[in-house]
Design a protein around this ligand. Structure first.
Ligand code: AHR
Length: 508
């Protein structure tokens, strides 16, 4: 009999804090994410408060949603915030040219977004318009949101019914400036980011963490240019610089952008290619982190992965501009692998936002356009199982022996992904068995602290293609896992094929 693989975890050696903001979200005016997803309007038959769906809020509160990025995406650089304030019936309309070429009536605007954040208990991450907006426009938006005196913008906010300023901790300076956000060169954008960042002011005790639109995938030279733009003024290590973080976007697709693969109809080889593409996030993060390290060894500048997740071909019969896709067990494993990578780079990645929360791309929640029924996706359940990692300290996982691999597109794909974290008297270990056909047995060699108890949860299904629908909302849901037992070194853990398992430990 072959010896089981051993994963050594030193429970008494906590590392960097895994910010809860790594579990952040993204909601764009795209398809049915805002309209029909978050916002149904006050007259809807779906239970709501101020037009905001209560079931969606409740589901997201249950996974402790830490922040929400809005209004885009590409939409952000077309969005003029003054169109979304004041009486709804007199708000101007616009064309959402990026997403379906539909008419946007601006009924969901600044006040609705901030109300949503308050209901969710989430921090606001507002994405400001650099592509087609002015410096003044951005500066006034911050003033409108966060200022507490009789300044012109604070007075306008009061006139629109909100007395107290809001807290807005995160601010995006543009989005994908290399593409839909203005097709700029890195040098041109770096200058604009410094300029706009200057006018995104801290009002009162609201301190804004400014995030400059960063690189696409492995465009390390974009990151280098933005880091240089801080460092030649000696700001890279000064948290009071023009921007405090850079973003990064990377999506997992299966084919190419012309044919990204189907969400539910895929074969075994497609699955492994997907897992390889998901794991590619590690290489990309490492590359950007290396560039950042060379300018900022003290890690004062954050990396914000504010768009990540799977991007499949849209579901048949849906608007191609609405990016609506189903979500299977495969998507859940893409998510769990990403979190392992984010945990490993917790000393550099300060935030991550899956794209997108409701009805768009790798969503947590799908809502039926006709009945309004809500379905929680397998990806949602990974977020739920990982709540224990929020603000915990990362623990290193070292393997004794070789992790099994499989050849995929000429490279060896690791078939196991593990990460762990600890708080004062608990630890959480996350294990993804990416082997679609075989179970794995792992011994957790737990050192440095004694165990007072453990409990485990597993997310899996009969097939990789399994997904939840209004008719079968619980086809893929986490259940208690009885495949964990005491072992002389710690715990032995059975991992069923294509499964995600979390083991929570109580520590003495
Ligand atoms: O998430 C969908 C789109 O993907 C976003 O609007 C854009 O930033 C990215 O290209």
């Amino acid at each position: 009999m072959t010896e089981p693989l051993v994963a050594v975890i030193d429970l008494d050696l906590p590392g960097a804090t895994i910010s809860r903001h790594l579990y952040g979200h993204f909601a764009e005016h795209l398809g049915r994410c805002i309209y029909g997803g978050f916002f149904v309007g006050e007259d809807s038959a779906v239970a709501n408060e101020g037009g905001i769906r209560l079931d969606v809020v409740e589901a997201l509160r249950a996974i402790r949603i830490p922040n929400l990025r809005w209004p885009g995406g590409c939409f952000a650089d077309d969005y003029h915030w003054r169109d979304g304030i004041g009486p709804r019936e007199s708000r101007p309309r616009m064309v959402n040219s990026h997403w379906g070429d539909v008419v946007e009536d601006n009924s969901f605007g600044t006040h609705e977004f901030m109300q949503l954040c308050e209901m969710l208990g989430a921090d606001a991450y507002v994405s400001g318009n650099i592509g087609s907006g002015t410096v003044r426009e951005m500066s006034e938006w911050v003033e409108y949101l966060t200022r507490d005196d009789d300044s012109p913008m604070a007075a306008l906010r009061r006139q629109n019914g909100r007395e107290q300023p809001w807290r807005v901790p995160f601010w995006g300076l543009g989005n994908e400036a290399w593409g839909c956000g203005g097709n700029m060169s890195a040098e041109h954008f770096a200058n604009l980011a410094r300029q706009y960042g200057t006018y995104v002011r801290n009002h009162g005790d609201n301190t804004v963490y400014r995030i400059a639109a960063g690189a696409n995938i492995d465009d390390y030279s974009w990151t280098e240019t933005l880091m240089k733009a801080l460092s030649h003024l000696g700001c890279a290590q000064d948290p009071r610089g023009f921007y405090q973080a850079l973003s990064l976007h990377y999506y997992t697709i299966n084919g190419d952008w012309a044919d990204k693969g189907d969400a539910t109809r895929f074969g075994l080889e497609d699955y492994y290619v997907t897992m390889k593409r998901a794991q590619h996030m590690r290489e990309i993060v490492r590359g950007h982190a290396n560039v950042m390290d060379s300018y900022d060894p003290l890690h004062n500048v954050g990396l914000v992965v504010d768009e990540w997740g799977t991007w499949w071909n849209v579901e048949e019969g849906t608007n191609p501009g609405f990016l609506y896709q189903q979500n299977t067990l495969r998507d859940a494993l893409v998510a769990s692998v990403h979190f392992d990578i984010f945990h490993d780079y917790a000393d550099r990645i300060v935030m991550a936002n899956i794209a997108q929360t409701v009805n768009v791309l790798q969503a947590m929640i799908l809502t039926d356009p006709d009945t309004g029924a809500l379905v929680l996706t397998p990806t949602y359940h990974v977020f739920r199982m990982n709540v224990g990692h929020h603000d915990a300290s990362a623990l290193q996982v070292r393997f004794k022996g070789a992790v099994p691999t499989r050849a995929v597109e000429g490279e060896e794909l690791p078939l196991l992904s593990i990460s762990a974290s600890t708080t004062e008297d608990t630890a959480l270990v996350s294990l993804s068995n990416l082997d679609a056909e075989h179970a794995q047995l792992i011994v957790l060699d737990l050192r440095g602290r004694a165990l007072a108890g453990f409990a485990a949860t597993v997310l899996t299904a009969g097939t990789l293609q399994a997904h939840n629908t209004p008719d079968r909302p619980e086809a893929v849901v986490p259940v208690a896992h009885d495949g964990v037992r005491a072992h002389p070194d710690g715990l032995a853990v059975d991992l069923p094929p294509h499964s995600y398992v979390t083991v929570s430990l109580r520590l003495v």
